[in-house]
Design a protein around this ligand. Structure first.
Ligand SMILES: *[C@@H]1O[C@H](CO)[C@@H](O)[C@H](O)[C@H]1NC(C)=O
Ligand SMILES: *[C@@H]1O[C@H](CO)[C@@H](O)[C@H](O)[C@H]1NC(C)=O
Ligand SMILES: *[C@@H]1O[C@H](CO)[C@@H](O)[C@H](O)[C@H]1NC(C)=O
Ligand SMILES: *[C@@H]1O[C@H](CO)[C@@H](O)[C@H](O)[C@H]1NC(C)=O
Ligand SMILES: *[C@@H]1O[C@H](CO)[C@@H](O)[C@H](O)[C@H]1NC(C)=O
Ligand SMILES: [Fe+2]
Length: 439
């Protein structure tokens, strides 16, 4: 009884405290309404970072949240972001981290300040540990116009089909276009999914303006170098996100190539330590420009730099092989393509006559057909030997890591109103990985 009374009193005090804070706007602010709300995993996957924009300075950044009711509050900060265009349009980009959330729990939240609050959203935190099936929507190259997959993604996200989204570079076309108005519009278009499912990203070539400043400011990814690279663990999978663009926009610094290479080597080596790999056997890497593709557009498809490096040094493919990366996900080509297990242009099919059972090399997926104003890309007539399936349909990829031995992926065609046009089971039932065996 005592405990009930005390907790009621505490509850009343807490409610009063929130009320008092709520009550004090000192002026009416015209451009303080939060918009472009989206979430991402923080330093741990039970930390959720909420990011949003206001056009005037609200002087505070708050998220009220909780289980069922919004009885907690977290305070963050905002940064003035000035686009590099002629008008130098400015906005305040707010980030608040909700730390140490309960696993496997639905939270409600709203974001804002005393000058204005967003509508209420909810998200579901991931279960603890490794033993649960991770579900993701994966795609790249989605613009603010001609975004064929957008409504499907919004719908599926709201039906709780995804634990996260991986957007593999190339946003909005482009976020900095029209003095970054295009970026604002795009961020509003993805809000119906990105405010409720962690929206994890990597940079593409369309983000390069002003040293990737729109990308860096608008998305809050984990880690100190998150505009370039980061990694996180989710269920039985270690996910890694890299920037392939450091190999192409070299005027932003050749050193970035070296930094990323060294970081990736260290990150993969750690994930591949026997005690880590046993608990979390899947390694998945995403980056924007593919190492392999069979587009007919030569310029677009000559993506050898990330594979073999600049002048033969700092190529990333040997790292994928050395540390037994299971799956590599790319975009950039406005199409979908799946490869056989592949290393150095050679196919390493798996055992039992099944290419994807204990494969001898990484499998590559290129999924850049979400839809953008540049339309579809075309394939070479001769399909390379390493290519297993390809399609020009607009659509997106669905990923499910069932457990430590089975990953399932499928490709949804939006042209065919949501029909699955390709699927793959990646199976690994040996404890050894293909590390070094094929060099
Ligand atoms: C408020 O935002 C508007 C629209 O972006 C801008 O024109 C104005 O300068 C801002 N005012 C302040 C005080 O920041
Ligand atoms: C571009 O941004 C990266 C960080 O994202 C930074 O390390 C690099 O020095 C910048 N390059 C230039 C030329 O400003
Ligand atoms: C790999 O497996 C696929 C499907 O069975 C087959 O078509 C292809 O020829 C195989 N490639 C090699 C090099 O064994
Ligand atoms: C993993 O998931 C697959 C697909 O549901 C299932 O067939 C398999 O038995 C599972 N393996 C383990 C070890 O749970
Ligand atoms: C691994 O999977 C293959 C194909 O499904 C199966 O034939 C084989 O018996 C499995 N091996 C072990 C050790 O489970
Ligand atoms: Fe691209």
């Amino acid at each position: 009884m005592k405990i009930i009374i005390i907790s009621m009193l505490l509850g009343i005090c807490w409610a009063r405290k929130l009320q008092i804070r709520e009550a004090g706007p000192t002026y009416v602010c015209s451009h303080c309404q939060p918009e472009q709300i989206h979430i991402a995993f923080g330093e741990k996957v039970n930390d959720i970072v909420v990011t949003w924009s206001t056009f005037n300075d609200t002087q505070e950044s708050r998220v009220q949240y909780g289980v069922g009711i919004m009885d907690k509050e977290a305070i963050g900060s905002s940064k003035l972001f000035i686009d590099g265009g002629k008008l130098m349009r400015s906005q305040y980009i707010h980030t608040v981290t909700l730390k140490d959330l309960k696993f496997n729990t639905r939270y409600v939240y709203h974001a804002g300040s005393v000058y204005g609050w967003s509508e209420e959203f909810s998200f579901h935190t991931p279960p603890a540990g490794e033993d649960w099936p991770v579900r993701a929507a994966i795609y790249g190259d989605m613009g603010n116009k001609n975004a064929h997959s957008l409504s499907y993604l919004q719908d599926e996200a709201q039906r709780n089909h995804f634990d996260m989204v991986l957007h593999v570079g190339d946003f909005a076309y482009d976020m900095d276009s029209n003095n970054a108005l295009v970026g604002d519009e795009f961020m509003r278009q993805i809000q119906p999914l990105a405010a409720i499912v962690p929206y994890m990203t990597c940079p593409g070539n369309h983000e390069q303006a002003y040293n990737f400043s729109n990308y860096g400011a608008r998305f809050t990814m984990p880690g100190p170098d998150s505009t370039l690279f980061y990694s996180f663990d989710l269920g039985p999978v270690h996910f890694v996100s890299i920037s392939t663009e450091v190999y192409y926009f070299t005027h932003y610094g050749l050193k970035l190539i070296v930094n990323q290479y060294n970081w990736l080597r260290e990150d993969l080596a750690k994930a591949n330590l026997p005690e880590n790999r046993r608990r979390r056997p899947w390694l998945v890497v995403m980056g924007h420009r593919p190492m392999y593709c069979s587009e007919s557009n030569d310029i677009d498809c000559s993506c050898e730099y990330t594979r073999t490096g600049l002048l033969g040094v700092y190529g990333l493919e040997p790292l994928l092989m050395e540390f037994g990366v299971d799956l590599v996900i790319w975009a950039h080509e406005h199409s979908y393509e799946r490869t056989w297990p592949l290393y150095d242009n050679k196919v390493y099919n798996g055992s039992y006559d099944k290419p994807y059972v204990n494969p001898g090399a990484p499998v590559h997926i290129i999924t850049g057909s979400a839809g953008c104003k540049e339309g579809r890309d075309h394939f070479l007539n001769d399909e390379p030997k390493w290519s297993a399936f390809r399609s020009q349909d607009f659509g997106y990829t669905k990923f499910k890591a069932f457990n430590t031995t089975h990953i399932y992926m499928e490709q949804v065609s939006v042209d065919l109103h949501g029909r699955v046009i390709d699927s793959m089971w990646l199976v690994k039932n040996k404890t050894v990985h293909f590390t070094n065996t094929h060099f």
